[in-house]
Design a protein around this ligand. Structure first.
Ligand code: KIV
Ligand code: ZN
Length: 385
């Protein structure tokens, strides 16, 4: 099985979510939690972006052991020097140099010709290599760029010493077959058997970030860039928990594995939710409140008989409590009977019929009920008169 590296960018691209501002203490805690999760690389920030950002990256570099610590830099000397200085004390460090590939970025943002961008790429990747052997190169907006220029850019970066080439779909524009095809062309026409990692970096503007990242793995990528809960600019980045669990649950298909300790996933998801203030939607895969909850009578009956009827993974595998049967208006008798049995009540048929009728009346009116309410219900319905 191929090893797919997990490059977490919660603290850099994730923090670029509108309205999110993490404190130094919160970033350190998240970085330690990412190390417990066993990610391969932590992108800790963009050191040239002010004193506070520099301090965060250098504290993480000094205090967090295990993963490679990475700092972002544009193709500017000062950016690279600040990244190198912030990463100085890291056990393992990476400088991530980036530019842009699409016409619209070159014309309006960089205000440079393609020749100038190629020259800067060559010079700045070489410069970054003076500080570390581990240099990643990215060109923003690959999916809206001309492939001939994309090819030249990445060839230049590799010749200058880049050891990982990251292919950002910055605007979340590509479809899985298109993104997969670009990765394959890069693998065939640029990497050509050299020891260079191809990395996927996808955004979720059309809800395809996870699918695109997985398509990249199928076509030769050995690194995925992602964030906890998928937080990030606009609609966010690829969600770490989704790609990790997809690679695990469907390892028969992808034939690739990560080194993530999956039982840490739920805990770190909650931490990032709390610190970022970005609430995880209830139906979010893996970490949402409903991801392992069953409410309909048919589903509950199936799960009581055999969990595999409606579950493709155990909740415990991602660090959650066992799947819950929500007792609501769609619940059937099997689930309600089981809930009473779990609470220690043995009801005869008449008692159960009375309690069940009362249960239905309550959930129709108020929605799902909790264990304590269920206990009160059975006590009141079965109390001697
Ligand atoms: O989305 C993007 O293009 C980025 C780059 C800086 C890698 O985040
Ligand atoms: Zn991004």
């Amino acid at each position: 099985m191929r090893h797919v590296r997990i490059f977490d960018t919660t603290l850099r691209d994730g923090e670029q979510s509108p309205g999110v501002a993490l404190s130094l203490q919160q970033k350190l805690e998240i970085a330690h939690a990412l190390a417990r999760l066993n990610v391969d690389i932590i992108e800790a920030g963009f050191p040239v972006n002010g004193a506070a950002e520099f301090e965060c990256v250098s504290r993480i570099a000094r205090e967090v052991q295990g993963p490679v610590i990475c700092g972002l830099a544009r193709t500017h000397k000062l950016d690279i020097e600040r990244a190198a200085a912030a990463l100085e004390k890291a056990e393992k460090k990476r400088i991530h140099v980036f530019t842009s590939a699409s016409k619209v970025h070159l014309e309006y943002m960089l205000k440079k010709t393609p020749e100038q961008v190629l020259e800067l790429t060559d010079q700045m990747v070489r410069y970054a290599r003076e500080f570390t052997d581990d240099v990643e190169f990215s060109a923003q907006d690959v999916m809206r760029a001309e492939f001939d220029f994309v090819r030249k850019l990445y060839q230049t970066a590799i010749a200058a010493g880049a050891t990982t080439i990251n292919i950002p779909d910055t605007t979340g524009y590509g479809t899985p077959p298109e993104y997969g095809a670009v990765i394959k062309r890069i693998y065939d026409e640029v990497v050509q058997g050299r020891e260079v990692h191809i990395s996927a970096h996808c955004h979720d503007d059309l809800g395809m970030a996870t699918a695109n990242s997985l398509a990249a793995v199928e076509n030769g990528a050995t690194q995925i860039e992602c964030t906890i809960n998928g937080i990030g600019e606009r609609a966010g980045n690829t969600s770490l928990e989704e790609v990790v669990m997809a690679l695990y649950v469907r390892r028969d298909h992808y034939k690739a594995k990560t080194q993530i300790h999956t039982r840490e996933l739920y805990r770190i998801s909650r931490m990032v939710e709390r610190y970022s203030g970005m609430v995880v939607q209830a139906n979010k895969a893996i970490v949402g409140d409903n991801a392992f909850a069953h409410e309909s009578g048919i589903h509950q009956d199936g799960v009581i008989k055999n969990k595999e009827t409606y579950e493709i993974m155990n909740a415990e595998l991602v660090g959650r409590e066992a799947a819950v049967l929500v007792l609501g208006k769609h619940s059937g008798k099997a689930a309600v009977k089981k809930a009473f049995a779990d609470l220690g009540y043995t009801l005869d048929e008449a008692q159960f019929a009375a309690v069940f009728a009362r249960f239905r009346e309550i959930v129709e009116r108020k929605g799902p009920i909790q264990t304590e309410e269920l206990r009160a219900l059975v006590e009141s319905e079965t109390a001697p008169t």
